[in-house]
Design a protein around this ligand. Structure first.
Ligand code: ATP
Ligand code: MG
Length: 604
């Protein structure tokens, strides 16, 4: 639950309430009508009590049968009307709360899509999920049940207590005497309910975390024969959850006991004091009934006040957590005055680029003083040692990380001045660990262009050398690939990701170690296809394998964030530096003698 201090500072309780208010004012009709309906409900609430008295009076005074019937008829009418109004008042406010929850959740999701990659390095997934699910839920309860009661109960009290005081001040004061005590009681129980339901929620969260980890890590669990331990760990969490739920059940069960106490106590007082008043002729039997009705009707709203207070507190805290997320300014956004670029030719330039990942300012920069120019329509190969900064360099081309002005240029225009839409339309990047969605193969390939035709999808798959694998899949392109593509092999996943990028026919294609899990023969076939498809387009091929970049027009060799060598394959081999060493090591490792012979032959 740790949000970075910088973002916490920007959001306080007041900002959170202000944001919540901005959602409320979007529903003026809901809340406006609701206030009117609540007033009508209050009037009905008071009237029903009075009408009961009125009807009783007719009986007590032995009025004609027709008159009794008329009064009872009115009572029934008002009671039904009041019930209907109550139904509408609840529906209105609960609908409004649902709508606010819905809008909040959509806004959070949109914000998550807006936020740059660096945000995801700083925030934990569980934290984000919990804000999106649990906190929006708490805000809904706040805007629904809590708002309903916080606004309605005082109005009810004013109306009912006012009426009681006018009817019989002495009895009213006596009857209301137990209420403060009762409110204390209710608050204590409300707190306990709140406490246990929070703990239950947390326990549920823990159990589902464990469940999720066990499922996604099932192959590791089985490989290490850890079923017993995993089972026991889950059983512990589950038992804790169960105990918390039992405590919640007990607390909830105590409620009716307490709620029935108050009317009983008040009835005793009414009987005792009101009874002697009736005998003494100071009070009508009718008023006696009206009082009893009021007392029993006020019980429930009074009782849940304790719970409502807890809901308000929790909802406020949740809104603050949501506001923290929504208040973050995306550091990568469309420039105020984007450069007028309709499309990209594909020239890439890095000028004295020095880059640190956001949040790792204390560390050495990931890229240091990188200057490279890739003319439009050419291929740049990027190789280097592990952790040299290859992925970082590749990610800066589509502007996935924040860069300073004057360091990265596309077609001679600073990347910070190019609209994000233009970048995303004309640059396709296949990331190192490409992600497949749990959808069909065709849907995964067409991810960047959902309206792609079947022919386009098949052509992209052929170019990525995936088509021959598709024949073996049970439903061809319509095969569901499972979560993260578990139904496919590593190499098939990589080629699916490649097909996804090729389908877009981008001006610039960035491949980040895309073919690491593909055998040499397939890799060569893909290379040939890419050469044909990408003639005239710009391609950046990042690889830890020299074989993948050998045919590139130019190759940059990265080491520890610096470009240490630059040139064609032949030039680099001749230079006999890091590139040659990498080629030799890989040749040794892979046992590919040809590579070594080539390097040695060309190097001598
Ligand atoms: N999101 C991040 N936040 C902080 N530091 C990072 C982040 N990503 C990478 N780094 C650091 O930046 C440096 C370069 O990482 P990068 O992923 O660019 O290397 P690479 O050359 O692609 O490595 P590999 O060959 O393993 O893919 C490393 O020291 C790494 O620890
Ligand atoms: Mg990498």
């Amino acid at each position: 639950m740790s949000a970075p201090a910088a973002t916490l500072a920007r959001s306080g309780a007041r900002a959170a309430w202000r944001r919540l208010a901005s959602y409320v004012v979007r529903h003026p009709v809901y809340y406006g009508v609701w206030v009117a309906v609540t007033l009508a409900y209050t009037a009905g609430f008071v009237a029903v009590g009075r009408l009961v008295g009125w009807a009783v009076e007719a009986v007590a005074k032995d009025l004609p049968h027709a008159e009794v019937g008329r009064r009872v008829g009115w009572l029934a009418l008002v009671a039904v009307g009041s019930g209907l109004v109550r139904f509408y008042s609840r529906t209105l406010v609960f609908n409004a709360a649902r709508e606010i929850e819905y809008e909040l959740r959509n806004d959070i999701f949109a914000q998550l899509l807006r936020l740059p990659q660096s945000f995801y390095g700083r925030w934990r997934t569980g934290d984000i999920m919990s804000r999106c699910v649990n906190d929006t839920n708490a805000v809904r309860l706040l805007m629904g049940v809590a708002v309903l009661n916080v606004l309605q109960t005082p109005i009810l009290y004013l109306a009912v207590v006012g009426t009681m005081l006018r009817m019989n001040p002495r009895l009213a004061l006596f009857v209301l005497m137990p209420y403060p005590l009762f409110i204390l009681f209710a608050r204590a129980i409300g707190r306990r309910v709140h406490h246990w339901s929070l703990l239950t929620q947390e326990g549920l969260g823990e159990a589902s975390n464990q469940l999720q980890e066990a499922i996604s890590g099932i192959s590791v669990v089985k490989a290490y024969a850890m079923e017993g331990v995993t089972q026991r760990r889950f059983a512990d969490v589950n038992q804790q959850l169960w105990q918390r739920q039992l405590a919640l059940v007990r607390t909830n069960a105590a409620m009716p006991g307490v709620t029935s106490l108050l009317p009983a106590l008040a009835m005793c007082l009414i009987l005792f004091i009101g009874g002697s008043d009736i005998v003494a002729g100071r009070m009508q039997v009718a008023d006696f009934f009206t009082f009893s009705i009021y007392v029993s009707q006020l019980t429930f709203p009074t009782f849940i006040m304790g719970w409502v207070v807890a809901l308000v507190q929790r909802g406020g805290a949740s809104m603050q957590r949501i506001d923290e997320l929504l208040a973050i300014e995306p550091t990568i956004a469309d420039p105020p005055a984007p450069a007028p670029l309709e499309s990209l030719r594909g020239e890439i330039e890095f000028r004295n680029l020095t880059f640190r990942h956001p949040g790792s300012e204390a560390r050495e920069p990931a890229l240091r003083d990188v200057s490279l120019r890739v003319p439009a329509g050419t291929t740049l190969g990027v190789v280097g040692t592990v952790g040299a900064g290859k992925t970082t360099l590749a990610s800066l081309i589509p502007h996935l990380y924040e860069v300073a002005d004057g360091e990265v240029f596309l077609d001679g225009v600073d990347v910070n001045r190019i609209a994000l839409g233009t970048l995303r339309r004309h640059i396709a990047m296949v990331p190192q660990d490409s992600f497949l969605f749990s959808a069909t193969l065709a849907e995964n390939i067409a991810f960047g262009k959902p309206d792609a035709s079947v022919a386009e999808i098949e052509r992209a798959a052929e170019r990525a050398q995936l088509a021959k694998d598709v024949a073996d899949l049970p439903h061809g392109y319509e095969t569901l690939v499972g979560e993260r593509g578990v139904m496919l092999s590593g190499g098939q996943r990589q080629r699916t990701a490649l097909a996804r990028a090729l389908l877009l026919e981008p001006a610039i294609l960035v491949l980040d170690d895309t073919l690491s899990a593909v055998d040499a023969e397939t890799e060569a076939a893909i290379q040939r296809e890419l050469d044909a498809v990408f003639r005239g387009r710009t391609v950046v091929v990042v690889s830890s394998r020299v074989s993948a970049v050998r045919n590139a027009d130019r190759i940059a060799v990265l080491d520890d964030g610096r470009v240490v060598e630059y040139g064609t394959h032949a030039e680099l081999v001749r230079a006999g530096g890091l590139y040659t060493r990498l080629a030799r090591e890989q040749a040794d490792r892979e046992g590919a003698r040809a590579e070594l012979a080539l390097a040695a032959g060309a190097g001598s």
